[in-house]
Design a protein. Structure first.
Length: 255
């Protein structure tokens, strides 16, 4: 069976690498000056699987692609050619879900506390009060164990390129949005607490993104459900401090 190749593009149909090369279905794209050598260098890079497109971000679009000419260089993940074309857009479940998640981050009403309180939550008014309560419940031991285990499980199984890119994109988007919301309320009064909340949101966004990528792998559904529970707290306008033996320690405001 012939090798299948893939091309990941920005939503505006431009390459991630330079942000300028434009693609159109069925139309050849050519790069001048491409010569034989290694997998990296001047040319067009086509991935060998839908997971191995490096240098990508989210949201993105994914296409099956064909090289138009000899392979100039390759490695385990990609080939490099002087000319290629995209043939068909493909929309695997993980990509559709990841793109929706990125859009979801932008719609969150941060620190609004408008959503219903979950049965597994202990809710406090401020971060410091939640911190004291969690500490009394062995927070220093349980927090590291719960979060560390979830991150390691997702990271071990993740498709390296897609998982890292998804996590990075979600983390950056959540941190920026959470900080912007805090800045409008009490940025000068409690900057440290607000930044800590933003880091927490970014961490949980990154965790869920990685779990989306590994959702179909062994134990992937279990990891995904756990990450989604954590993210629901932020989505409903609250802040998550930690998980102690299945109980989420939640606070309303980071200041």
């Amino acid at each position: 069976m012939p090798q299948r190749y893939y091309k990941a593009l920005r939503p505006d149909m431009k390459s991630f690498r330079d942000g300028e090369t434009e693609w159109e279905l069925g139309q050849p794209v050519t790069v001048e000056g491409a010569e034989e050598g290694g997998a990296c260098g001047i040319g067009l890079h086509l991935a060998k699987s839908e997971w191995s497109a490096k240098g990508i971000s989210f949201p993105m679009r994914l296409f099956s692609a064909e090289p138009l000419g000899p392979v100039l260089g390759e490695d385990e993940y990609k080939i490099r050619v002087a000319a290629a074309k995209i043939v068909k857009e493909i929309k695997p479940a993980w990509l559709r879900q990841m793109n929706r998640f990125m859009a979801e981050i932008e719609r969150i009403d941060w620190y609004s506390c408008k959503g219903p309180i979950g049965k597994e939550w202990n809710v406090y008014d401020t971060r410091i009060v939640a911190w004291d309560a969690a500490w009394d419940a062995a927070w220093d031991v349980a927090r590291g164990a719960a979060r560390g285990a979830a991150w390691a499980a997702a990271g071990d199984a993740a498709r390296a390129a897609a998982g890292d890119a998804a996590g990075d994109a979600a983390r950056a988007a959540a941190r920026a949005a959470a900080r912007a919301a805090a800045r409008g309320a009490a940025w000068d009064v409690a900057r440290g607490a607000a930044w800590a909340a933003a880091r927490g949101a970014a961490w949980d966004a990154s965790l869920l993104a990685r779990c989306i990528i590994t959702h179909d792998l062994p134990d992937g559904e279990k990891r995904y459900r756990y990450a989604r529970k954590r993210w629901q707290i932020w989505k409903r306008g609250y802040c998550l401090l930690c998980d102690v033996d299945g109980t989420f320690y939640v606070y309303r405001k980071p200041w």
